[in-house]
Design a protein around this ligand. Structure first.
Ligand code: NAP
Length: 556
């Protein structure tokens, strides 16, 4: 156990085991530990449920798993040497490589010695008498800390729908978000994949290469854009290396954490031919250009959106040979861009293979899982027989990982009960009544609507500033005020109101989990303006926060 008396202004009895407990050893947890320990001189201990660093990249080992962010911006930028020295082999970094990168980061900054692996945090309670957190693990340990930082990721709580008789299946079962560490070989097997989100879109082309027969159960078709993956060109790589500061500055001020800009002219003001001319190069270039670097009015106006949809529908028809299958693969009933846009490498073409079948489970839902396969509601018991079923059914996103932990704030209030009708935060980073608790890229911050490492660095740097301020003031706690939180919740609702985001059943809305409140969870300020807002809060003497000590409860 480590003790930091100086940091807490104590003289005799140590009051805490560590200054901060950090939950999770992905991008967020690693950078948080580095900043706390290596730049602030505080003590920190990271608890990680997995057996190694990586967070989402530790668990998501399914075939084809890779980031959809361009690799040159998918990493830390706080250390120029680290950024320069790490060489990504492809445009989109593959899961093994991201994990290797994070292992390298952990070694380079000597982080391993403060990480406890294979240990899950089960609860955390704020002790109001001592202004400390008591954090409990599934190994039976209780650790006390002044600060609690959740670095749990937005997409780390996997979701398997409660299909009837799900446990009866006698073959192999996998979930994309909890993939085994051992090699999975589908060679010669009949495989069923349930789901067609970003994970399935990446996995399906590779599973199809091995399986003797592949059936994909689709409930909602997705707008899938080509990734256009490959090794980055030598000239491009050199130009980027020469522009570290420029790239860093641009992604930090951007809308989404990428070097992408929205067009000034709207789709509504453009002819179909102009739209084609704008979108076609982006389609060929691959990546998020059509989504996050084209027409801003498509996020607000369905007519504008329909023009972009038409372009995308035509591309799907070009790729899929069988017109009936193409029609099924064409998304319907919701606007483009309000659901996370997957990137693919050969997804649509896979459905041209004779051994690959697409089954619509919107019109005919899955009835049950049987010992040997899957049956649908209106097929009189006829069964799709499988040797393996892959659940690519996503996550209880954003609030799910936090709600799994019994986090109790002032008066013993449970955070998950406070968030019963949707998350309530100030800046997506703190919640009133939960002093000294910070949620890195939490709900109501830009988070999943951004290139995550950019948002993670910003949030961690902000936490460091706030903790520095607590110490500077000789205080023990920092906490969002109810007024600031109420205003932020209202602000988030107002931001999304004029957009089309609430019109679709997405995990952004919690709509993929039965019973979950239907609330749009990410913040729509966007990366650059959100950063500016946080900087303004700091400049305005930490507006919206109160600082307290055990004797003197709150001083603004
Ligand atoms: P997802 O997007 O939530 O997709 C889950 C799929 O399962 C959907 O097609 C969903 O259909 C289907 N499903 C859920 N319950 C079902 C049921 N009862 N019956 C039939 N189908 C059902 O999950 P994901 O693909 O794992 O992706 C989640 C997020 O993780 C992505 O949006 C992305 O942000 C991130 N991700 C990123 C990458 C990357 O960067 N490369 C890769 C993978 C994932 P409905 O659409 O009808 O609900």
């Amino acid at each position: 156990m480590t003790v930091n008396q100086h940091a807490l202004g104590t003289t005799a009895e140590p009051t805490v085991d560590v200054d901060a407990v950090i939950i999770g050893a992905g991008f967020s947890g690693l950078y948080m530990l580095h900043r706390l320990r290596n730049t602030m001189g505080l003590t920190g201990r990271v608890f990680e449920a997995g057996g190694g660093v990586g967070g989402t990249w530790y668990w998501n080992r399914y075939p084809g798993a890779r980031s959809d962010s361009d690799s040159y911006v998918y990493g830390f930028t706080f250390d120029e040497d680290l950024w320069r020295e790490w060489e990504w082999s492809e445009r989109y970094p593959e899961q093994h490589e991201i994990r290797a990168y994070l292992e390298h980061v952990a070694q380079r900054f000597d982080l391993y010695r403060d990480i406890t692996f294979d240990t899950r945090i089960t609860g955390a309670s704020f002790d109001e008498a001592r202004n400390t957190w008591a954090v409990t693990t599934d190994a039976g340990e209780t650790v006390s800390a002044r600060y609690l930082v959740t670095a749990v990721g937005a997409l780390s709580s996997s979701n398997t729908p409660p299909f009837k008789n799900i446990d009866s299946f006698q073959g192999e079962t996998y979930h994309t978000g909890l993939w085994p560490h051992e090699e999975v070989d589908f060679t010669g097997k009949r495989v069923g994949v349930i789901g067609t989100g970003a994970s399935a879109v990446q996995a399906i082309p590779l599973i199809a290469k091995e399986a003797s027969d592949l059936t994909v159960f689709q409930r909602t078709a997705n707008y899938v854009i080509p990734a256009n993956n490959g090794p980055p060109g030598v000239v491009v790589k050199k130009a980027r290396l020469d522009d570290y500061a420029g790239i860093r500055e641009r992604i930090q001020r951007s809308y989404f954490g990428f070097e992408l800009n929205l067009l000034e002219k709207g789709a509504l003001e453009s002819t179909d031919e102009e739209i084609h001319q704008e979108l076609m190069p982006r389609w060929e270039e691959g990546g998020f250009g059509i989504w996050l670097g084209s027409y801003v009015d498509m996020f607000f106006n369905d007519e504008a959106n329909a023009k972009v949809r038409k372009f995308l529908h035509d591309r799907i028809r070009e790729k899929v040979d069988d017109p009936e299958t193409a029609e099924l693969l064409i998304p319907k009933g919701y606007p483009f861009g309000v659901k996370r846009n997957p990137l693919d490498s050969g997804y649509f073409e896979t459905f041209n293979e004779p051994h690959v079948h697409l089954v619509d489970v919107k019109s005919n839902p899955i009835a049950e899982i049987t010992p040997t396969g899957v049956t649908l509601e209106d097929e009189d018991g006829s069964e799709y027989g499988f040797d393996a079923i892959v659940y690519a059914t996503g996550f209880d996103a954003m609030t799910g990982p936090m709600n799994k932990i019994a986090i109790r704030g002032r008066g013993g209030q449970l955070l998950r009960e406070k968030w019963d009708e949707g998350p309530r935060t100030y800046l997506g980073l703190t919640s009133a009544g939960f002093p000294n608790l910070f949620t890195i890229t939490g709900p109501q911050s830009p988070s999943v609507l951004s290139n995550m490492p950019v948002s993670i660095e910003q949030h961690v740097d902000l936490v460091v500033k706030i903790i520095g301020e607590v110490r500077e003031r000789g205080a023990e706690t920092v906490e969002a005020t109810r007024e600031a939180e109420d205003a932020w919740v209202v602000h988030n609702a107002e931001l999304v109101k004029p957009t089309l985001f609430e019109t679709a059943d997405t995990w952004y809305m919690g709509a993929n989990i039965p019973g979950k409140p239907r609330v749009f969870m990410p913040n729509l300020s966007f990366v650059g303006p959100y950063r500016a807002k946080c900087d303004e809060v700091v400049a305005n003497d930490y507006e919206g926060f109160t600082f307290g000590t055990s004797k003197q409860e709150a001083t603004a």
